[in-house]
Design a protein around this ligand. Structure first.
Ligand code: DNO
Length: 346
């Protein structure tokens, strides 16, 4: 495994220098954040990002994410132009020799939580998802502050997007994903860039919007749409593990055996209800996911790709980007590397 760390570019409060000081850290997971969704990422910008990372003694192991324009997910006529731009971005990422691109196919909202700084009894704070609170949230009227979505949407943009999705069923979304993959994977193959779809987080419908990448069956279906290692998965323990129906280590083992895992996100969640959860420290004992079993699967298949410690709590007084502070993620990396070393030595 290649231990990697997400970095939000020059605006990130955590410097590349600090990231490099985490023992065993090799890769950076990042993106270009100032290009509007749907436009081409110019090669010069990608190369300049790459140089910045390499100057700091690290390398870019994954681009997370190249976002997919809503018109593609909605299957609008305008999608062909956005897909052509996406293909061009993948070609440019290939020219810069960056091996993996992570993306998702969630309608409008990316990862969603109901509280970004929930206090824990030890004085740290964490992200939580409480089903009852989510049911009362209305993205069209309330003031939403969600961690992982494009806050540039106005209320009117949102209302018209919601109206567009009114007519979209899950099967429509599958058709639109199929159309996208049929056009993008051949280009990814030519460019030697492995695509890695991220599961929906949480893995169920929210705000009445359909979500389809939620379990083993749906990941299988993605793989079958285009049977190639270039059409692969981001196995995210926290997203998939939020559903009681998913056995994350077993799923990871399954898709590693098929050589379809191109990227891994490792974090733990504590399930506190049927559809509610708290993000936990990475240790198995702190959450509901058996992280040792997950790393065992990686070791068994000798996974060579990038793994990043996903969200951390805010600890030691750190007030960072929700989920993306330095300390708890660094502890997570160390814990994962410890498990890996022990298993590899066995
Ligand atoms: C959350 C992340 C997601 C992820 C995207 C991938 O922390 O895992 O925002 O980057 O869904 O496209």
């Amino acid at each position: 495994m290649k231990m990697s760390f997400r970095w939000y570019g020059e605006s990130d409060e955590i410097s590349l220098e600090y990231i490099r000081q985490i023992p065993g850290m090799e890769g950076i997971v990042t993106a270009i954040y100032d290009i509007p969704v749907g436009e081409v990422w110019p090669l010069e910008k990608i190369e300049s990002l790459k140089n910045t990372v390499e100057k700091a003694g690290l390398e870019i192991s994954v681009i997370e994410s190249v976002p997919v324009h809503e018109d593609i997910k909605l299957g609008k006529e305008t999608r062909d132009c956005f897909i052509a731009n996406y293909q061009e971005t993948i070609r440019n990422i290939g020219k810069a020799n960056i091996p993996v691109v992570c993306y998702n196919f969630m309608p409008i909202f990316d990862w969603t939580r109901t509280d970004l700084a929930h206090p824990l009894e030890d004085g740290s704070t964490t992200l939580i998802y409480d089903e009852k609170i989510l049911e009362k949230m209305d993205p069209l009227t309330g003031e939403l502050s969600l961690p992982g979505w494009d806050s540039s949407y106005t209320k009117d943009d949102l209302a018209s997007l919601f109206a567009d999705y009114n007519n979209i069923t899950k099967e429509d979304l599958w058709d639109n994903l199929t159309y996208f993959l049929q056009k993008v994977i051949p280009v990814a193959k030519e460019s030697d860039v492995k695509m890695a779809i991220h599961p929906d987080d949480p893995p169920w419908d929210i705000f009445g919007l359909p979500r389809i990448i939620t379990n083993q069956e749906s990941l299988e279906r993605v793989c079958q749409i285009y049977d190639s290692p270039y059409n692969g998965l981001t196995m995210c323990s926290g997203s998939l593990g939020a559903s009681r129906d998913n056995d994350f280590p077993a799923m990871l083992d399954h898709f590693l055996a098929k050589d379809r895992v191109n990227f891994i996100h490792a974090r733990n969640v504590k399930l506190v209800g049927k559809k509610s959860f708290e993000e936990a420290a990475h240790l198995s004992s702190k959450g509901s996911i058996d992280m040792k079993a997950a790393v065992e699967a990686m070791a068994k298949h000798n996974f060579k790709g990038a793994v990043r410690p996903d969200h951390g709590r805010n600890i030691w007084g750190e007030k960072g980007r929700p989920g993306y502070g330095l300390y708890d993620r660094a502890l997570g990396a160390t814990y994962l590397l410890g498990l890996w070393e022990a298993l590899k030595k066995d």
